[in-house]
Write a protein that binds this ligand. Structure first.
Ligand SMILES: Nc1ncnc2c1ncn2[C@@H]1O[C@H](COP(=O)(O)OP(=O)(O)OP(=O)(O)O)[C@@H](O)[C@H]1O
Ligand SMILES: [Mg+2]
Length: 315
């Protein structure tokens, strides 16, 4: 099946002369949850805004389910529900009127049953007659989601959906997103919460300074770029790492009491590498040097570590 969104060589230079996107190529697969990670100013919102037709691209093409996002803007846009980063809603309207109006904008016939379902899913049913300005920040954010879902889009863009949202609501949102995916909705979310990407995403893209530096299945990304660490608490502190162990990726703590061994996760699965850098070999060589340890603790890098090292590496 062709991708639901295809982005080719997309660039954006704002009127100020600032180049926010530098040739983005990206396919979003049907039915996936794609998380776009990147530091502030990386170009996430610019990218989403262009796909939605809110901002013009400087060059490049985007198709949404086969529809060119400029020539067939209406058809392309009506497939997408956008939850914008900024809270901007019609303060004086009721929740219900806002959602009903949004559905109408896309030329869909009124469907009170659908709106009721959406509002109930987002725990907003009790608030349906409240004016938006009378809601809390977290509720307003949920209204934005309800509004985006009002016209039953096949694709949902969530631009920082859980910024400023409490833990419980964040988990509710994750659950909602999973349910939408089960219904076949494709989801693209941007986030600063790495935990969110780790929890939700099928694939992850990392954008930095307007360039996509990685697009990968989440599991592959973590395996390829992840590091594993083994920390050994020594019986007796060492003044320095013995010369005979100088070829190993070892680090000694300041007090000489802990040796840390760092290796690529991918290497750990490689039998030949295992012979040279594996844990069994390490322990054997430590024993040869008469180094005893009383505790051993292993850890794996999180997506956060990987993200930070990727973005730092290219800064
Ligand atoms: N209208 C504009 N005019 C000029 N520059 C802009 C405009 N909109 C965005 N930019 C710049 O483009 C760059 C990318 O901004 P964008 O909002 O896409 O980043 P982002 O990845 O969404 O960041 P954040 O995580 O802070 O939301 C930033 O340097 C920003 O200042
Ligand atoms: Mg943004």
């Amino acid at each position: 099946m062709p991708p639901i969104i295809s982005i080719r060589n997309l660039t954006k230079t704002y009127a100020s002369g600032f180049q926010a996107l530098k040739g983005i190529d990206l396919d979003i697969r049907r039915g996936e949850i794609f998380a776009l990670l990147g530091p502030n100013g990386a170009g996430k919102t610019s990218l989403i805004s262009i796909v939605c037709g809110i901002v013009n691209a400087s060059s490049g093409t985007v198709t949404v389910d086969g529809h060119d996002h400029v020539r067939e803007a209406r058809a392309a846009r009506s497939l997408i529900g956008l939850v914008p980063q900024e809270l901007s809603t019609d303060a004086f309207e009721s929740v219900w009127a806002t959602c009903r109006f949004s559905r109408g904008l896309f030329g869909k016939a009124p469907d009170p049953a659908h709106l009721e379902k959406v509002l109930r899913q987002l725990s907003l049913w009790d608030k349906r007659d409240s004016k938006i300005m009378a809601l809390s920040g977290g509720m307003k954010r949920r209204v934005l989601i309800a509004k985006a879902l009002a016209h039953e889009p096949r694709i949902l863009f969530l631009d920082e959906p859980t910024a400023g949202v409490d833990v419980e609501l964040r988990h509710d949102m994750w659950q909602l997103v999973r349910r939408l995916r089960e219904d076949g909705v494709t989801i693209l979310l941007t986030t600063h919460y790495i935990e969110e990407a780790e929890e939700m995403a099928d694939r992850i893209g990392v954008i930095n300074h307007g360039e996509l530096i990685v697009v990968e299945e989440k599991a592959t990304l973590m395996r390829k770029l992840g590091k594993r660490q083994l920390a050994l608490t020594l019986q007796a502190p060492l003044p320095a790492i013995p010369e005979a162990l100088g070829d190993l990726p070892l680090e000694l703590s300041g007090d000489g009491g802990t040796l840390t061994y760092t290796f690529d996760v991918e290497q750990a699965f490689d039998v030949q590498q295992e012979e040279r850098t594996g844990i069994a070999a390490l322990l054997r060589r430590l024993a040869e040097q008469g180094i005893d340890f009383r505790d051993l603790h292993s850890s794996e890098s999180s997506l956060e570590d990987i993200f930070v090292s990727l973005v730092r590496g290219r800064a």
